[in-house]
Ligand binder design. Structure first.
Ligand code: ATP
Length: 361
């Protein structure tokens, strides 16, 4: 049985449907992420799981039991907010110990568990400090320690790495993964940062306008987005309008206006005459000099329009004959060369016949 289940959960604010008939199941020990743009309903779902808000329709079940009549304080759930919500007048140790004090635990136990929690988040030396004396990363750790001290079944993390700078954020991501693995607590993480979601999660629900667009493992979401929204929201992607010419013998033959024919991986569904989009990641697209021969059937000439040098890789934007702009990524692994091509260079972009996905209308 799933640890937590949402069954047809809907939440409206006036006429506005913030969460629209969402069903999903989260397994014990999972690192589960709700990913979506601002306003897609992620926080509203989290608040309903925590018990700060109630669904207008549908059910939320923990271990198969409906939580409707369980007030927030009685749910085995803790929320870590982006703002950390630390008490400024309490020391780190007192902030962390707060949930145990509220539960009137004996002082010996409070002390022991507080120390243990601070050790888990690698902050044992800061017990006596006050929140204003801490860095962003340290505050984040205190909030986590306070979240873990009551050993909740579910830890809800609302954009909780959002306030950290990029480097610290990456460090905390690695720590979060380690902590979650070590403690076996189920995490429900909310973010609009797709790279963070991909790096941290066992599974991700991609949200849009209150609905789940796709629920999958990170590599499935990235490699096999189900629709345009998911393809576009997760990572960088090229999309070309395409018409189905043939769908047989293990391949899909597509016609692209102004370019010609391409081959794509076969899939059940599309029929000759149908329309859709061919979606290809920039790292699936090879880019070579226009004069160079390349042994791939899907190949088109174009001109470099823009380039973005990232250090390890360069992303080239290439204008194709039909005016479409296509992104191709090339690793900068040749020593002594910053970029391979310049704006205006004639190039060929090419990709394998088994690369990409066809998203049919
Ligand atoms: P963000 O990433 O910006 O936090 P989100 O995906 O978490 O966004 P929610 O906070 O769940 O989005 O909000 C979803 C929608 O519901 C938003 O359009 C928001 O304005 C609306 N909403 C949320 N709470 C209320 C409320 N109490 N009253 C009215 N509208 C609300």
């Amino acid at each position: 049985m799933a640890l937590l289940e949402l069954r047809n959960v809907t939440r409206r604010f006036g006429d506005f449907v913030a969460v629209d008939n969402v069903s999903l199941a989260i397994e014990a020990g999972e690192f589960f992420t709700l990913l979506g743009p601002s306003g897609s309903g992620k926080t509203t779902i989290l608040r309903m799981i925590a018990g700060f808000d109630l669904p207008d329709a549908g059910q939320i079940l923990l271990d198969g039991r409906d939580l409707a009549d369980t007030p927030a304080e009685n749910r085995p759930v803790h929320t870590v907010f982006q703002s950390y919500a630390l008490f400024p007048h309490l020391s780190v140790a007192d902030n962390v110990a707060f949930p145990l004090r509220m539960a009137h635990r004996p002082s010996e136990e409070i002390q022991r568990r507080t120390q243990q929690a601070l050790q888990q988040v690698r902050l044992p030396g800061k017990a006596a400090a006050y929140p204003h004396q801490l860095s962003g990363g340290e505050k984040q750790r205190v909030a986590l320690a306070r979240g873990l001290i009551n050993r909740p079944r579910l830890l809800l993390l609302d954009e909780s790495l959002g306030a950290l700078d990029a480097k610290l954020r990456e460090e905390m991501q690695v720590e979060l993964i380690g902590l979650q693995r070590e403690l076996g607590i189920t995490f429900v993480f909310v973010t609009h940062a797709q790279d963070e979601a991909l790096a941290l999660s066992h599974r991700i629900a991609v949200m849009n306008r209150g609905r789940v667009e796709q629920l999958d493992e990170p590599d499935k979401l990235y490699g096999f987005p189900r629709n345009r929204f998911v393809a576009d929201f997760i990572g960088n992607i090229n999309m070309l309008d395409a018409q189905v010419l043939e769908n047989t013998h293990g391949h899909l033959q597509l016609g692209i206006d102004g370019l010609g024919e391409v081959l794509a991986p076969s899939m059940p569904g599309p029929m000759a005459g149908g329309h859709g989009l061919l979606a290809l990641r920039p790292e699936q697209v090879r880019i070579v000099a226009g004069s160079e021969d390349i042994d791939l059937k899907n190949r088109f000439s174009g001109q470099v329009r823009e380039l973005l040098y990232h250090g390890d890789v360069t992303i080239y934007t290439v204008a194709l004959a039909n005016g479409a702009l296509f992104k191709a990524l090339r690793p900068n692994s040749t020593p002594g060369r910053a970029t391979f091509f310049e704006v205006g260079d004639a190039v060929t972009v090419a990709w394998r016949h088994d690369a990409g996905v066809f998203l049919h209308d």
